[in-house]
Design a protein around this ligand. Structure first.
Ligand SMILES: [Zn+2]
Length: 460
């Protein structure tokens, strides 16, 4: 992979291994998601791993040795962030998903948030970040890593939070199966240890209650279908009465019942409460959308199949093969509720950020973030709001180390150069001309070479 990097730095005389040639992106339209309007063309200078200047082209002082990139007619936006990815396979004990790295980068995803790992995974994430800084791997920066906790009792859950905090987790991840008593214990202990709690709103607790209690973010709009249903109280009471042995089958049946009793008025009230409590939602719309629209045929014919590692192909195929007619009905009903909920939440000003849950079956690393942006726009966000959800707004998440998300002097040089304006049509985020990754330039040719390498690495 370093061959790709070297080949785009050959414009300067043999750089030392750690050197990054300066980059000047000349006369480019800068898309800063936090601004209301797009500015006049600028020249953007990158040195080492920072943006050092954003100036009118005629005022730019471009170092002689800098790599010059023609920005005329092009658009420069901050690197995209996928706030919900899985780089580890703890349950299946398969190797980590570093095969995803070139796909993220080639799609302009320069940072990701790891959603479920352990102490070893936290260390591995740091090693990847260090190797990335040294230019040894082409990879997104891992901006936060969470450790999932559980436990047979509240005390066991507290111990798990302490172990996760000691292991250096950036946040505590909770799952649907966590019983209410353990969830409360986790919330209190995480607060004591200064760590945010993120993840699934547990199945035994109402969405609004978790927002009010301070669960910082909710993934996948978990429990929103229930919260936006006239059946919510009955369903949650039933789960609580059933104790700790909640089956996936029961939760799926509950979700279908909830979706069939969608209540828009109730949903607007829930949305207002979630917005007021400041709970962030990472809806990962691309996942339920893929579930509802995907098929075995689509999987087999997808041109991106060549990038998947062999064990991952097998997992996707198996997941597809075991689906029943009931599963497909659930997927359709859940998606039809979730798309309405996303629109209602957006109108109520709930903060929604971009994540994908990749590599869930059918959810391709990197590519899926562009699908998510499109789905957010379909839910009512403007293209600029969708860009914010995948760039500057990630700073809403505590534990996320971010000094990117804007194009300004001092920010990290994680940038994406586009051939067309993403604020006019969000699909233009796919028209990637170049990526600046941690201050290193990857031209379109270099990105194509990266993808070709990725496919070759997985060839049978
Ligand atoms: Zn996930």
């Amino acid at each position: 992979m370093s061959a790709v990097l070297l080949s785009c730095s050959t414009a300067v005389a043999a750089p030392a291994p750690l050197a990054r040639p300066s980059i000047a992106i000349v006369d480019v339209t800068v898309v800063d998601p936090e601004q209301v309007h797009t500015s006049m063309p600028r020249t953007v200078l990158v040195e080492d791993r920072r943006i050092v200047a954003v100036v009118e082209p005629r005022k730019a002082v471009i170092p002689e040795h800098a790599l010059r990139v023609d920005g005329r007619g092009r658009y420069l936006m901050p690197g995209l962030v996928d706030l919900h990815v899985h780089l580890f396979n703890l349950a299946s004990k398969r190797p980590p998903n570093d095969w995803t790295f070139p796909l993220f980068v080639a799609n302009g995803v320069t940072a990701v948030r790891e959603m479920s790992t352990n102490a070893d995974g936290v260390k591995q994430a740091r090693r990847w970040n260090d190797a990335r800084s040294r230019g040894e791997i082409v990879a997104p920066r891992i901006i936060a890593a969470g450790i999932a906790v559980g436990g047979a009792s509240p005390q066991a859950a507290i111990d798990a939070v302490d172990a996760a905090a000691d292991a250096g987790a950036d946040f505590i991840k909770v799952f649907s199966e966590l019983p209410q008593a353990q969830w409360q214990a986790v919330l209190a202990e995480a607060r004591r240890r200064g760590l945010p709690v993120a993840g699934h709103v547990p199945a035994q607790v109402a969405l609004q209650a978790t927002a009010a209690a301070g669960q910082h973010d909710n993934e996948h709009l978990m429990q929103a279908v229930e919260a936006c249903s006239s059946k919510e109280s009955a369903l949650i009471a039933g789960r609580a009465a059933g104790g700790e042995a909640l089956s996936t089958a029961q939760l799926d049946a509950d979700t279908r019942q909830a979706a069939q009793h969608f209540d828009a008025k109730r949903c607007r009230a829930v949305a207002a409460a979630v917005a007021a409590a400041g709970q962030v939602q990472i809806p990962t719309l691309v996942l339920p959308h893929t579930e509802a629209e995907g098929s075995a045929a689509a999987l087999a014919n997808d041109p991106r199949w060549i990038y998947l590692r062999a064990d991952e192909r097998l997992r996707w195929q198996r997941a597809q093969a075991t689906l029943t007619a009931d599963d497909h009905a659930l997927f359709r009903e859940r998606w039809s509720a979730l798309r309405r909920i996303a629109a209602i939440f957006h109108r109520a000003d709930v903060v929604m950020l971009a994540g994908t849950d990749t590599p869930m079956p059918g959810v391709y690393p990197g590519y899926s973030l562009h699908d998510e942006l499109e789905l957010l726009v379909a839910a009512g966000l403007s293209p600029r709001e969708a860009l914010r959800a995948a760039t500057s707004l990630s700073a809403h998440l505590p534990g996320v180390d971010t000094n990117s998300g804007a194009i300004a002097a001092g920010r990290r040089a994680d940038l994406v150069l586009l051939d067309a304006d993403p604020t006019r049509d969000i699909r233009n985020t796919r028209l990637i001309r170049a990526v600046v990754l941690d201050g290193r330039l990857l031209t379109r040719e270099a990105l194509d070479a990266l993808l070709a390498d990725a496919a070759r690495a997985q060839a049978p």
